[in-house]
Design a protein around this ligand. Structure first.
Ligand SMILES: *Cc1c(COP(=O)(O)O)cnc(C)c1O
Length: 410
């Protein structure tokens, strides 16, 4: 986002005008940012041709999926419906991995029938999978290396109390099940959770996976999940992709040599690919001065962007309507009948009722975590690409709210 001719723009398009044209609240994504992030990640790991499986739970609009597919990206899915969305967007089954947690064996069978890669994250399902398929369908195994990473316990998945993956301490049990059911394990996976601060954590996890690989002779790929940290605030430490890429790809090549085969190296970024591409635009309904604070009340709330309330995440807030205005201190809140504070004591260019505010880093886990709470409509979505802004999802309306209700006589 940059100021051009006195207006905040993304890839040359004035953001406030998007709000004027499509209405607020609206999610806007800059497709160029997504493509740049994808290319940066790929290049950081050269000489290895890494396979990127976009974790589509972050943002699953078909236009975004198609844009990433066009770059050569695959897909990481966590529900059968995400698999179906991926197939509908044109992904080949072989480019999709299904990495669910605590789903039923029936859902896994559905995914097998659709031909996608299966990633198994508990021994009970592994046993059932082996009983049904033997070595006729390969699977990947999700290992929990128990590396504590990331800031928020709700999103870090590698710790000892985590429900994710099969503990690395249970490897002997896994090997026993694999041998007795004659399962073909074609991949090993770990996803240590969001927000990894340094390359060292990744490398530690990598060693654990490389070590485990000795027990599985049929591997075709190793999947390191995600957890790349992106900057939300100025000065935030981010994962140094260049450093990680150089160190891990060198180590990976060594590993392949000792394993005796050139395996594929996979990653499943969500946030890294789409977070920064997203701008959530809202309109200021009211300025409310209390004895202690100046509140800015906007036409949105935790129903549209829940991350600040759920994870204490920081989203930078910019007043698109007053780029030159002098900065004042505000607390920005939503219109939901719950406490839904987007940000306390934020320095924002002087705000007036009717102004359009912009939340940055709204591409990941924004609209996909939205709801109809307080009987509000989910916002529209707009994609900036090829020099123009296009609607990629209509704002909901009253019909959407009542679509599945059943009329009964009382
Ligand atoms: C959520 C998730 C990801 C993506 O995590 P980000 O922090 O958005 O990059 C990757 N893999 C799996 C299995 C996930 O559940």
């Amino acid at each position: 986002m940059e100021i051009v001719n006195g207006q905040y723009t993304a890839s040359g398009i004035a953001l406030e005008e998007i709000a004027n044209e499509f209405g607020a609240p609206v999610y806007v994504y800059d497709g160029n940012t997504i493509v740049n992030q994808y290319n940066t990640l790929k290049q950081a790991f050269a000489p290895i041709d890494i396979k990127v499986k976009y974790a589509c739970k972050a943002l699953n609009n078909s236009a975004i999926l198609k844009l990433l597919k066009k770059q050569g990206c695959g897909l990481d899915t966590v529900s059968i419906n995400e698999v179906l969305l991926g197939l509908r967007a044109g992904f080949e089954p072989k480019d999709i991995i299904f990495t669910p947690n605590c789903v039923s064996i029936e859902e896994i069978q559905e995914a097998v029938n659709l031909g996608v890669h299966i990633n198994i994250d508990n021994i009970s399902i592994l046993e059932q999978f082996g009983t049904i398929y033997g070595n006729s369908v390969p699977c990947c195994i999700r290992i929990n290396p128990h590396i504590l990473a990331g800031g928020n316990t709700k999103i870090s998945t590698g710790h000892i109390d985590s429900k994710f993956g099969i503990s690395v301490y249970q490897l002997r049990h896994v090997v026993r099940v694999v041998k007795s059911a004659n399962i073909k394990v074609n991949g090993l996976h770990m996803h240590t959770g969001s927000d990894i601060l340094d390359a060292g954590v990744f490398l530690e996890g990598a060693e654990i996976l490389f070590d485990a690989a000795k027990d599985f002779p049929d591997l075709e790929f190793v999947d390191f999940g995600s957890g790349f940290k992106v900057a939300y605030k100025e000065g935030d430490i981010t994962t140094d992709i260049q450093e990680l890429g150089a160190a891990l790809s060198a180590r990976f090549l060594e590993f392949c040599e000792s394993y005796g085969k050139n395996l594929e190296l996979w990653f499943e970024p969500g946030k890294y690919l789409v977070s920064e591409s997203g701008y959530f635009l809202v309109k200021v309904n009211v300025l409310k001065q209390t004895t202690a604070t100046v509140f800015v009340g906007v036409d949105s709330g935790l129903n549209h962007l829940i991350r600040p309330m759920l994870y204490d995440s920081y989203h930078h807030i910019v007043n698109l309507s007053n780029p030159e205005g002098k900065q004042r201190i505000y607390t920005v809140v939503g219109y939901i009948c719950e406490t839904d504070t987007f940000g306390w004591d934020r320095k924002i260019n002087e705000v007036h009722e009717g102004d359009i505010l912009c939340f940055k880093n709204a591409g990941a886990y924004g609209i996909t975590m939205s709801s109809n709470y307080n009987a509000r409509f989910r916002p529209a979505e707009v994609l900036i690409y090829n020099g123009n802004a296009q609607l990629i999802r209509k704002r909901e309306n009253m019909d959407d709210l009542i679509r599945n209700e059943v009329d009964v006589q009382l």
